[in-house]
Design a protein. Structure first.
Length: 207
């Protein structure tokens, strides 16, 4: 993977591209994170569990518990929700320019946070197919929990390892799971979007 990091007043942005990884594989990953979460970052991730599992064809409002320890030594027992685009502030949706996207909200560090309507911040992952594979951008934004530029760089280092490891395991994992046709165990959702800003919506997810 090749990547660069930029920062601005909104947050921290990781610009990346992969050969041999497709947009369909990344779409699949977001509904099947438990199958590869430790592979995504072997040094810092612990096993992921679904508190609210994704539905086949629609992972919106699913919540996963993602325990992890970042390079600054802080262990985070994070509850993370897949956001409905209608509920994401327009100023953040205006950052989305690629064909596929997932916006997740960091809710907090305990089960009570699943009832909290005010996220600590957002992570926006967007991507699109290219002739060589895929290119994308991942953005870290602090809202209720403000993030300094230093915080953003710690997250960018963690995120770069995650996104980079897609190239190591995702094509093989995606291929292995194609044999499982039962969507209770192997769900999929097409995360293509259409529109922009205020009108941004998922093309294939009815809500």
């Amino acid at each position: 993977m090749e990547y660069t990091v930029t920062q601005d007043d909104i947050g921290t942005h990781l610009h990346w591209k992969h050969e041999g990884v497709t947009a369909e594989m990344i779409d699949w990953f977001w509904s099947n994170m438990e199958k590869g979460f430790i592979l995504w970052h072997p040094e810092e991730h612990e096993p992921l569990t679904w508190e609210v599992p994704p539905k086949h064809g629609d992972p919106v409002h699913s919540i996963h518990l993602a325990p992890q320890t970042w390079s600054d030594g802080t262990r985070r027992n994070l509850y993370i929700r897949f956001e409905d685009l209608d509920e994401v502030p327009t100023r953040f949706k205006e950052l989305i320019v690629y064909e596929h996207v997932v916006v997740v909200a960091g809710l907090g560090f305990g089960p009570e946070s699943m009832e909290n309507p005010d996220p600590m911040g957002y992570r926006i992952h967007q991507w699109e197919k290219t002739d060589y594979g895929v290119r994308g951008r991942s953005t870290g934004i602090g809202t209720r929990k403000k993030e300094t530029h230093a915080d953003g760089l710690v997250w960018a280092e963690h995120c770069a390892q995650e996104v980079g490891n897609w190239g190591v395991f995702l094509p093989q994992l995606f291929k292995l799971w194609r044999v499982v046709k039962n969507t209770d165990y192997n769900p999929f959702a097409d995360l293509t979007v259409e529109g922009s800003g205020e009108t941004l919506r998922y093309r294939y997810i009815d809500r």
